[in-house]
Design a protein around this ligand. Structure first.
Ligand code: NZQ
Ligand code: ZN
Length: 384
């Protein structure tokens, strides 16, 4: 196991009715800016619950954070904060609203051009405090320090990370999932599945606790995920999927182990250029990444084949092939498409995406930094 330092300071308020309990977690004298997206919270009752919870607080709102939040929209919120003197941010939404709010929290206190946080990795010295009401379990953003923000003018989709933007608390009420469209439910199973894979499917390092946790999350997502789509979906199912998504990227299973993230870096470029949903890109790229890296990942691929996919691994090559096939079949069984051509993306994607990767310095991806541009090109060509 590698050395590590693990600290997750986000308070989790989990369960039905917990939105009402969050007011104690926000300082009484804070001037709160509620940040949300395109308005789904207005029609599903979440806005109402948030308003009631904030009855004794001084608060205002900013709406319109779009999926794959844009730098341009986030900067409008920064302007409002500077004009009105807000001191605390409450993100009410999915990964996009939370990521946008993290960027806003840092940009509002940033001395200089905030785009540098994304483009140059500029140091974040301080940020506004942030709380979260999660409405779409998928990204894990509610209890981590990562954020991904897009510049719609330049086709950049760039990540940053800072402990200063880690949410102080996150409300996880599984009932918010009731209004999620099928497409977002599918995304909400695939994204955490791939988060676990990025931290698990590397090389063996005798990290038995992390491995068993990771396998437990994968098995839970495979067992419970498909049940989300039945008409009579149970609270217990939603609760298990929601908690799996948070646990998949809250730092725990990634502590002390090598990490990959190559699928994500290629996926972010596909979203930036073609507008595919984040999880859609992952379902396309991951099976091809597994195939391309089958030698580097052999030990873990066999462990995954046996313990997660329940395969006989006596014929190693066959077991690896089957494990990759079953992974893709699982995504498809949820209703997720797994080929670029399914989204109308053609053969020019390899050139375009490789150029983006090069422009962003993503020239040595993966746990061994072995996925160079030639390998990324081969992966993309296989994604068609
Ligand atoms: O805009 P609103 O009205 O909120 O509608 C959203 C949006 O249209 C809707 N939605 C959310 N909750 C709903 C709902 N509709 C009905 N009922 C509800 N309860 O769903 C749509 C998609 O929302 P979005 O936030 O974009 O989805 P997701 O949570 O999948 O977030 C994706 C973003 O997160 C980034 C992705 O790159 C992408 O930009 N990621 C962030 C990560 C992190 N911070 O750790 C890690 C991930 O790998 C990922 O990169
Ligand atoms: Zn992801």
């Amino acid at each position: 196991m590698l050395n590590f330092s693990f600290h997750n300071p986000t308070q989790i308020l989990f369960g039905e009715g917990q939105i009402g309990a969050m007011s104690d977690s926000i300082p009484a004298d804070a001037k709160v800016l509620v940040i949300y997206g395109g308005g789904s919270i207005k029609s599903n009752g979440i806005y109402q619950q948030v308003s009631e919870a904030l009855a004794n607080h001084n608060w205002g709102e900013f709406s319109g954070i779009e999926p794959n939040p844009s730098y341009q929209t986030c900067m409008q919120a920064v302007e409002l904060i500077r004009q009105e003197g807000y001191t605390y941010l409450l993100a009410v939404g999915g990964g996009s609203v939370i990521d946008g709010s993290k960027f806003i929290a840092a940009a509002a206190e940033f001395d200089g051009e905030p785009w540098d946080i994304l483009a140059k990795g500029a140091e974040i010295k301080s940020a506004l405090d942030l709380g979260v009401v999660l409405t779409l379990p998928a990204t894990g953003s509610e209890s981590n320090s990562f954020s991904v923000v897009s510049n719609k003018e330049t086709n950049d989709k760039l990540p940053f990370a800072s402990p200063k933007v880690q949410p102080k608390f996150a409300v996880l009420d599984p009932q918010v999932m009731a209004s999620l469209p099928e497409r977002q439910l599918i995304n909400g199973v695939v994204d955490p599945f791939v988060h676990v894979m990025e931290q698990y499917l590397t090389y063996p390092i005798d990290a038995k606790v992390q491995d068993r946790f990771a396998e437990g999350l994968l098995l839970t997502l495979m067992e419970e995920g498909p049940k989300l789509f039945s008409e009579q979906v149970d609270y217990k199912v939603r609760a298990n999927v929601m908690w799996s998504a948070t646990m998949a990227l809250n730092g725990l299973i990634g502590s002390g182990v090598p990490q990959d993230w190559g699928t994500h870096m290629i996926g972010h470029e596909l979203t930036a250029v073609y507008g595919l949903d984040h999880a859609q890109t992952l379902a396309v790229v991951l099976p091809r990444m597994m195939h391309e890296q089958r030698d580097a990942k052999r030990g873990k691929l066999l462990q995954y084949a046996e313990r997660v996919m329940g395969l006989d691994i006596s014929d190693e090559e066959q077991a690896i092939d089957l494990a990759i096939e079953k992974t893709e079949a699982f995504f498809q069984s949820l209703g997720m498409k797994t080929r670029l051509s399914d989204y109308g993306v053609g053969a020019d994607a390899a050139d375009k995406i490789v150029a983006q990767l090069e422009r962003h310095g993503m020239v040595a991806l993966g746990e061994h930094q072995q996925v160079d541009l030639a390998k990324s090109r081969a992966i993309l060509a296989a994604c068609l």
